[in-house]
Design a protein around this ligand. Structure first.
Ligand code: ZN
Length: 168
């Protein structure tokens, strides 16, 4: 461990998902509330994001309305955690991902990108295969009442703020 680098909890393993790239599975049980990852890197603005290539954009985490964290070039386990429309992790602050519920060894570690993404530049087709799959992740999905209910308390702070404002 050193300053300024992303933290991945011990007991995470990167696995190949064939044509869908890579993902992360738990090698042990995680308790609800346990920290899974704390991302670190440098912060750039939306106009700087637009200059990045597709692959560089895949290493971004939106941390505020106009602030995006670019993780370090040396990728760690946490950088391969995928989106799911039925995730098992959520945020306790803008860069800390924790287990939303107990996670068993062998299960895939995921969060819903709608918990942090509010920009259409992040839109993509989803193949998560869960029964709740939205097929498209749009950047506006945080506005869906179903998600606001299921992820209450687990959205990144800037998204929680938008939700609160939208209700006034
Ligand atoms: Zn999905």
């Amino acid at each position: 461990m050193s300053d300024g680098t992303t933290y991945s909890a011990p007991g995470l393993k990167v696995v190949s998902l064939g044509s869908r790239g890579r993902g992360v599975v738990a090698e042990r049980n995680f308790k609800q509330g346990e920290v899974i990852a704390i991302w670190r890197g440098s912060i750039i603005t939306e106009s700087e994001v637009l200059q990045l290539s597709e692959s560089e954009r895949s290493q971004l985490l939106q941390v505020d309305e106009n602030a995006f964290l670019v993780t370090s070039k040396a990728l760690v386990n946490a950088d391969f955690i995928n989106h799911s429309c039925e995730p098992n992790c959520g945020f306790t602050d803008s860069t800390t991902l924790v287990a939303m519920r107990d996670i068993k060894a062998g299960q895939t570690i995921t969060f819903d990108y709608a918990m942090s993404d509010t920009k259409t530049i992040f839109a993509f087709d989803c193949w998560c295969g869960t029964s709740k799959c939205r097929k498209k992740m749009s950047g506006n999905d945080w506005q869906l009442a179903d998600l606001q209910e299921r992820y209450a308390g687990w959205f990144a702070p800037h998204v929680a703020r938008l939700i609160k404002q939208s209700r006034h």
